[in-house]
Design a protein around this ligand. Structure first.
Ligand code: SF4
Length: 210
């Protein structure tokens, strides 16, 4: 959706995705459908292999099941740090964040100048119905997992379909109670988790040094 709008206005805009190493197979098919539709090559960001190895050898591949600090650590190593590295030097970037997705996104700004680069969310005040209507109207490729009941799609082991009445992001890290359904790309976790993940991350980064 955002991609469609941006490429219509500025066809040479770089398109970036983060391949965490734990994505569902359907994501690869979606990326290829996007590349075919727009005649572009989507840039795939990947986590630092040494950091992933240091994290998984210390805490296991599925460390995210051990609690929010470990889940946040995994998101940090596999998503946040690759994006931070790529974002250096960019003036701005676009996201598909919407206020109606979940409580933590209820007050986002369409143009957020608080950090660098500037974050632009053109769909900030769109509903899920608005997105579906635009997708139908312009015949955009749809992620195959939407047809299976997914409403927000991330890594394979951390995402499930939702049922009627659930929040759009209820299928993300569904085993966590009272935690923010965020990976740290867009929002900091709560203070306690932040302090804990800082310690865990520091340890992992130190082990990853050659
Ligand atoms: S969504 Fe799950 S597997 Fe993916 S980076 Fe976060 S914790 Fe790790």
């Amino acid at each position: 959706m955002v991609l469609d709008m941006v490429l219509k206005a500025a066809p040479r805009t770089p398109v970036i995705t983060i391949d965490t190493g734990r994505l569902p197979d359907a994501m690869q098919r979606m990326i290829e459908a996007v590349e075919a539709r727009y005649g572009i090559r989507v840039e795939r960001l990947t986590p630092d292999a040494a950091e992933v190895a240091a994290m998984t050898s210390r805490y296991g591949r599925d460390l995210f099941r051990e609690g929010v600090p470990y889940r946040t650590l995994c998101c940090n190593v596999r998503k946040v740090r690759p994006l931070e590295r790529r974002a250096k030097g960019l003036g701005a970037y676009f996201t598909g964040l919407r206020r109606s997705q979940t409580e933590t996104r209820a007050n986002i700004d369409a143009v957020d100048r608080a950090g660098s680069p500037v974050k632009i969310s053109p769909l900030a005040d769109w509903s899920a119905e608005d997105v579906a209507r635009y997708t139908r109207e312009y015949g955009l490729p749809e992620h195959p997992l939407y047809a299976a009941g997914y409403a927000s799609i991330g890594c394979d082991p951390c995402t499930r379909a939702i049922v009627a009445g659930e929040d759009e992001r209820a299928g993300r890290w569904w085993w966590e109670q009272d935690a923010q359904k965020e990976c740290g790309l867009h929002f900091s976790p709560d203070g306690r988790a932040e302090r804990t993940v800082d310690v865990l991350l520091r340890e992992v980064l130190e082990s990853a040094r050659p």
